[in-house]
Design a protein around this ligand. Structure first.
Ligand SMILES: [Zn+2]
Length: 85
């Protein structure tokens, strides 16, 4: 246990494919996203699916681990809302 990698949180448990998915989620959570309204602020994850801009305090609901999801885009299109506005 001299070296701890990011995947060390799960150790050797749960099998490879699940750890791989867990890593993808962690990467998404650590990534920096720009605000869709002001474009310059950074998004902060307040809670599961709730994101807020640090600059203009624009708060909106998004994906659990990333602010924009494929499902969300489809829903926005269906609702007639252009993303990024
Ligand atoms: Zn903003």
């Amino acid at each position: 246990m001299a070296r701890r990698k990011l995947s060390g949180a799960l150790g050797v448990k749960y099998g490879f494919s699940l750890r791989e998915r867990y890593m993808q989620v962690l990467k998404k959570r650590r990534a920096i996203y720009n605000c869709p309204r002001c474009g310059t602020g950074f998004l902060k994850r307040i809670s599961v699916g709730v994101w807020s801009c640090r600059k203009c305090e624009y708060t909106f609901a998004g994906g659990a681990y990333e602010p924009f999801t494929k499902v969300g885009e489809a829903a926005a299109r269906a609702a007639g809302v252009k993303s990024g506005q």
